[in-house]
Design a protein around this ligand. Structure first.
Ligand code: ADP
Length: 315
């Protein structure tokens, strides 16, 4: 239950989280998570974004107790997953990727069984409320196998919420869900968020994360390569840095130009960081020459994210 008494700073806190899957057959081991430090603030709508194979599910499955970590630590709602697994497990609801469910139970039965599994007393169960919220009340007595893909997906969300966890994780929840149902799913998830539930969404769709999440972490090859408020992350994409090594050390900083920020490096090089949508590199070079700077060397740095984003926006 959401307890106002217990309000940790972080809904999820991972420190040096590491996972190597053992080699299958003759293959080599897979280092799926590499010393991941990640903190997810309480109350956020957090996106864990990365291409396929980045390590998102591994991270989630460690939190859910389905995958055993190789190193590091993780806490959910302040409860360490090793030292306090019961409370850690009770603080999180995970909506898995696969639509695996017992085909012979009705949605109402599935929720009751799940509630029993989490030890929710009968008097505190909210089967009706939850089924209505996910739009499955009409289908409460139908066999799960007769539900459409979108309905099954919503039933999985409902199941993840039976114990009213303060943290809800959705692992790639919109694969195969049509636009209307997707909207319905997001309406429900947004209402949970408005009630104070911390939402973690994993996705390989940049657009989805951008639309929903206030903060996005990007994971690639098992490493977190960025974690920032969404607008800042998006604006970083549009940014490049021109690095200029002058023949002679600069006597003074160059005057600031709108949209361009000036910086100095210890090496003696100076930097002009600019938005590619607003400035062309030729303009900046003209500026450098006009300032009477003789150029010894030049390079352009792009954000590390660029490659990952190209992948995320083209797949
Ligand atoms: P994502 O969810 O971002 O697509 P995963 O966490 O599923 O990424 O996978 C990360 C890496 O770990 C991939 O290289 C994947 O092949 C590997 N992997 C995932 N699960 C297993 C497993 N059970 N055994 C071996 N390797 C695995």
């Amino acid at each position: 239950m959401l307890s106002p008494a217990h309000q940790p700073t972080f809904a999820i806190e991972a420190r040096g989280l590491d996972k190597t899957y053992r080699a299958q057959g003759r293959g080599s081991p897979t280092h799926a998570l590499k010393a991941v430090d990640l903190t997810i603030p309480r109350g956020s709508f957090f996106g864990l974004l990365g291409p396929n194979g980045a390590g998102k599910s591994t991270f989630i499955n460690i939190l859910g107790g389905l995958v055993k970590k190789s190193g590091g630590s993780a806490a959910i709602w302040g409860h360490d997953i090793d030292a306090d697994p019961m409370n850690a497990r009770g603080a999180i609801g995970i909506v898995p990727q696969e639509l695996n469910m017992d085909p012979f139970f009705s949605p109402a039965e599935a929720l009751e069984i799940q509630a029993g599994y989490y030890g929710v007393p009968k008097g505190q169960r909210r089967t009706e409320e939850i089924l209505k919220a996910v739009g499955l009340w009409d289908k409460r007595a139908a066999y799960a196998r007769t539900l459409s893909g979108g309905m099954k997906r919503r039933l999985l969300v409902a199941k993840a919420m039976v114990h009213a966890p303060p943290v809800l994780v959705l692992d790639e929840p919109t694969a195969g869900v049509d636009v209307d149902l997707r909207r319905q799913l997001w309406d429900y998830v947004r209402s949970l968020h408005a009630q104070g539930v911390t939402i973690v969404l994993t996705t390989h769709y940049l657009e989805e994360a951008q639309e929903l999440c206030d903060t996005i972490a990007i994971i690639n090859h098992g490493r977190v390569i960025a974690c920032e408020p969404t607008p800042r992350l998006i604006s970083r994409l549009d940014q490049k840095t021109l690095v200029v090594t002058p023949q002679e050390p600069l006597a003074a900083a160059m005057t600031d130009i709108a949209g361009v920020s000036f910086g100095m490096r210890k090496s003696g090089a100076f930097t002009l960081t600019y938005k590619t949508s607003e400035h062309k590199v030729e303009e900046l070079l003209d500026l450098v020459r006009t300032a009477g700077v003789a150029i010894k060397d030049l390079s352009i740095e792009e954000p590390d994210l660029e490659d990952v984003f190209v992948e995320l926006t083209t797949t």
